[in-house]
Design a protein around this ligand. Structure first.
Ligand code: SF4
Ligand code: SF4
Length: 140
């Protein structure tokens, strides 16, 4: 069966000004002000002249974080990326260590991973269209 799903993509990081509106938006989506619950991270690339780096789940088709979870708390999301079941997670940090992009954020208070689930909410707030939801065709 062919289906179309959406996932968050970094369109052009060169356009990022480091405003961090995406981070505020993601955190607010969880009902928390500030940036503490953000599943996307924007940081300086090492100096103001060198721009910014956007760190977020890249929607791997074979996610390393999923493979290393000892209690199967992470499942494959259709079209790439993962879904975490916090009630199963034991907070071992293995998914965080396994992600090659550093895209597993950590909720210190709950001791659980925070991984982007590709809702696209943050992309609506990026003034420069650095990030966007993209459609992906999948076959099963
Ligand atoms: S922290 Fe939770 S989700 Fe991540 S690998 Fe460990 S048990 Fe699985
Ligand atoms: S797509 Fe959704 S979950 Fe992912 S970083 Fe943006 S707001 Fe957060």
């Amino acid at each position: 069966m062919i289906s179309v799903v959406k996932r968050l993509s970094i369109i052009d990081v060169e356009r990022c000004t480091g405003c961090q509106l995406c981070m505020f938006a993601c955190s607010r989506r969880s009902g928390v002000g500030g940036m503490g619950q953000s599943r996307i991270l924007v940081r300086s690339a090492g100096g103001i002249e060198r721009g910014f780096v956007v760190v977020v789940c890249r929607a791997c088709l074979t996610p390393p974080c999923l493979k290393v979870c000892p209690v199967d708390a992470i499942s494959q999301r259709p079209g790439g990326g993962v879904i975490v079941d916090p009630s199963t997670c034991i907070g071992c940090h293995r998914c965080e260590e396994a992600c090659p992009f550093g895209a597993v954020m950590w909720d210190q208070a709950m001791n659980k991973p925070m991984i982007c689930f590709h809702c696209g909410y943050c992309s609506q707030f990026c003034p420069f269209k650095v990030i966007a939801l993209e459609e992906v065709t999948t076959r099963s």
